[in-house]
Design a binder for this molecule. Structure first.
Ligand SMILES: [Zn+2]
Length: 72
């Protein structure tokens, strides 16, 4: 079980405690170890940064095209 802040963005996998699933893109990410006190979230943070950057860009593009369409 993840106690870190990033855990709200990931779902724990019951069948594999060493992995979590990203709630945004459903991608499986490894925590490295099975034991919670040996697990690392650095990979998760890195994933969040890239995953949410893409999402942000997507929202941004949608907002821009929406604005463009209402203007014309
Ligand atoms: Zn993701």
């Amino acid at each position: 079980m993840l106690k870190n802040k990033v855990s709200m963005y990931f779902t724990n996998i019951e069948t594999d405690p060493s992995k979590v699933q990203c709630k945004e893109c459903n991608k499986l990410l490894s925590l490295g170890r099975y034991k919670p006190n040996l697990q690392t979230v650095s990979g998760l943070k890195g994933h969040l940064a890239s995953c949410y950057k893409e999402l942000h860009d997507m929202y941004l593009m949608r907002a821009i095209s929406k604005r463009y369409m209402t203007c014309t």
